[in-house]
Design a protein. Sequence first.
Length: 330
Amino acid sequence: MNFDMDLFNQVAKSALEYYGWQDKDEAKLIVLSENATYMVKNKETGNNDGVLRIGRPGYHTLSELNSEMKWLKQINEYTPLIVADPMKGLNGEYIQNVKGPDGEVYNCVITEFLKGSSPDENDEEQMVKQFKYLGETTAYLHRQTEIWNGTSKIDRFEWSFDNVIGKTPKWGDWRAFPDMTPEAQTFLEDVVQIIEKRLKRYGKTGNNFGLIHADLRLANLLIEGEQIKVIDFDDCGFGWHLQDLASALSFIESKPIVPKLVNAWLSGYKKVLPFTDTDFEEIDTFIMMRRLQLTAWLGSHQQSGPVAELSVGWMEGTMDLAERFKRLFG
């Protein structure tokens, strides 16, 4: 996936005009991933006035983006959780269609800036404590989508097996990871078959499947005191609830602290919603599927800032997880 940074910078500058902010603010790039994300900073005070997200053409439809905005508003209005509220442009709409210098139309949205810092994965004591809050936060999200009568009208992608690591993977093919060997691919093919078999047996029910955040990794969480704030709903869609647990462990799946984090997450989750033995039995299945999904993401996002660092030792960690998974369920 290629990004023309000069083009995106021009689109970001143009987007501010749709909010009437072009004179007082400037957009500074934060990160490249599926989209380009910018901090909108006040030129005089240096304060952060919002966060601008520029969608890659073809990644989301306008209907899908408007559905995301509806969910954000529902969460802020009807749950105790804090998420970044979207801001309306001069035309009264949340999504602005900005024409780029290449003639393409880029969907842009600005959300409010939330204070806080991402969890420090090197502080184990705090991580365990924060994962308990995260479990509770995740359960509130799941409960809200279960009782909200607008959930069925939401137009969002489904994170099915095929769309994650199967025939139609949205983030690319895990086999294309640069360090993949023929031996590793053969072994992982067996693991993928086991995952698919277990997911079919687990099934999709109103209690285990629904509208989820789908990317609750550390970078998308902000901690302020004991409050966890959730950002970046760009990948929200329909999927298994356990995918939100697995995504919280993104890039740290092979670390020794993971069992403690899972137990902490479960203790928080069960304060709000039930968690069955059947759900518990599939935690490893979803962690392994997420690891393979991230393997695909790393392979297809070589231009994204953290990819080079994250890729170091990735295959070794992935194979360790896969061998353990196969011993358990193969």
